[in-house]
Design a protein around this ligand. Sequence first.
Ligand code: ATP
Length: 596
Amino acid sequence: MNRYSHLFKVINFATLGKLTIFFISILTTIATVISLAFPLLVQKFIDHLTTLGSIQNNWLLGIIVLLIIGAIATGLNSYLIGKIGNRMLVSLRERITTKAMHLPVSYYDKNLSSEPVSRIVNDASKISELISSQFQPAISGALTLVVSLIILWFLDWQLTTVLFGSVMLAFLITIPIVSKLTNVSKHLQKSEAKFLSYISERLSEIKLIKACIAEKHSLINSSNLLAEIFRTGQKEVKIYSIVSPIINLVVTATLIVILTFGAARVSQGAITMGTLIAFVLYLFNVVSPLAQLTSFVGALNSASGAAERVTELLEEDEECLREDKKKCIPTTGNALELHRIEFKYNEGQKAITDLSVSIFPNETVAFVGTSGSGKSTLFSIILRFYQLTSGEIMYGGKPITNYSLSDWRKNISYIDQGSPLISGTIRENLVLGLDSPPTYSEILDAIEMAQLTKFIETLPNGIDNEVGEKGGRLSGGQKQRIAIARAILQRGSILLCDEATSNLDSKTEHKIQIAMKKVRLGKVTLIAAHRLSTVMDADSIVVLKDGQVIAQGIHDNLIREVPYYNELVKYQFQPFIKKTNEKDLIDSAMLEPDFT
Ligand SMILES: Nc1ncnc2c1ncn2[C@@H]1O[C@H](COP(=O)(O)OP(=O)(O)OP(=O)(O)O)[C@@H](O)[C@H]1O
C-alpha cells in the first residue's frame, strides 16, 4: 500500500465540513493570486517612478488595496484552517475513542490499553497538525512556485534559466536526505509510543512499584526508552541541520548570481530596474516554498506514520454492540443452559472443556475448583467477552447470540473478581452504565444490602465522596461492597458473582449473603468462590478441574461421594474443616476471620 494512502484514508474519516473547505480554497486562491500580482504592480510602479520621476497614484492605490485584501484573506484563511485542524483533531479522537470502547476484550488481552491512548493523544495530533499548519502553505506554496516560474520566464527567460538550475540543484541535493526522514520519524514515533505505554502502565500501578521498591528499575527502563527517543530525535535533528544550511546556501548563492547577472542586464539595457526588482520579489515566491519543503516533508512523514497506526487500530474487528433491531430482547424468568461448551484463549490450551449445566430462575449454582480451573473464564463467556470455540449457551430456549450484545449484557448483574472501580464518586460507580438512574431510596437500599451504610456515613460527602483512581482511596472490602451494591442496582435477571465476597470478613459476608437471598429471587445466579461459606448455600455445586466438570451436586453428597471435592474442601476451605457439622461451619463463618 502507498505510504500516504493511510493518510488520505484517515483524513477522509474525519468530517471536516465541505463549506469550510470551499472557503479555504477560495481564500487560498485569492491570497496566492495577490502575492503573485504584487511584484508586477511594484514593477509598474517603480518603472513609472524611474522613467517619469513621478508617483503614479493608480499603481500605489492598487498596491495598497491588494495588500489590505491579501491581509484579510490570509487572516480569515488562517482562522478557517485552524478551525479545520481543531475539528480534525476532535473528530479523529472521537472516532478512535469510540473504536477503543468497542474493541473486544481479546484485543486488550493482546495489547496494552495505552496503545489506543497513544493513538488518541499523539497520532491524532500529528495528523491534525499537518492539516492545520502545513497543508495550506504547501498547496499555496506549490501553486505560487509554478506560477512564479512561468511569470519569471516571461519577465526574463535568461535569468529564469539560471534560477531554474539552482532550484533543480537544491532538489537534487535535498531529496535523498529528506527521504531518510521517513524512516527516522517512523522510528521516533514508535519509540515515543513505547515510552508512553511504559510510563502510563507503571504509574497506574504505583503502589506495586513502591511496594516492590521497583522505582529504580522502572526509572532505568524509562531512561533507556528516553535515551532511544533522544538518539532517534538526534538523527532527525542531524538531517534538518544538514538540509537547512544547504538550502540557505543555494538560496543566497542564487540571489547573488541573479542580482549580479540581473544588474549586468539592467546596465546593458536588456531589462528595466522595475523588472529586476519584480524578478527578485518573484524569486522569494520560488525560494520560500523550497525552504519550507523539509519541514513539510517531515510533518508529512510523521503524519503518514501516525495515520498508518490509526488505520491499523480502526480496522480491528469490534464487538457488535450496536443495536440490531432484528434481535430479541432477553426477558426475566428464563433458564440459562450451557450445552457442551468448549473454549480456548487464542492458540492456548482449552480453558473450558465439554461443560454442560442448566441453571433455572430462583436457582443458585456455585462453581468451585482450584485456581485456574476456569471459573472466571466461564463468566467471561456468559458475558460474551469471548466467542465459544464450540457448544452453545441458551437463554429462554434461544442461543444467547440471538440477543443484541448490549441487551444481553444489560440482562446480567456482574460482580467482577477484582471489584474494579473507576475514578469519580461512589454514586457514579454505583450507577455506572444504568439507562434509567435509580432513585435515591433505591441507592440507599442497595447500599444497606451491601453493608455499606455505616461506612458511607463516616465520609464527609457521603455517596458523593471520591473513590480515587481505580478506587485507590478505599479498602479491598469497601470496593467489593460497592461492586455488590452496583450489581444489586443493575437488576439483571442473571447474577454472576465472581469471588464477590473474598475480601470481606466472615461476619459482613454472612450479612450480605442473607440480604442477597432477596436479590436472587427470580434470578439465575452463578457464584464462583474459594470459600466454603460462600458456596454452601447454593442449590447445586459444580466442581471444576482444568475446565471440566468432574461432579455436580449438593455439598453433603459431594463431600461423601467425590474425593476430589473432599480434598478441595480440606485444602482450599481449610479454616472451616475443624468444625464437623454445617451449623458449626456457618457459626464459624460469623465469628472467625477468614484467612483463605
Ligand atoms: N485472558 C486470558 N488469556 C489467556 N489465557 C487466560 C486468560 N485468562 C485466563 N486464562 C487462562 O485460562 C485458565 C482459566 O483461568 P480462569 O481465570 O478462568 O481461572 P479461575 O478458576 O477463575 O482461577 P482463580 O480461582 O484463580 O480466579 C487459566 O489457565 C488461565 O491461565
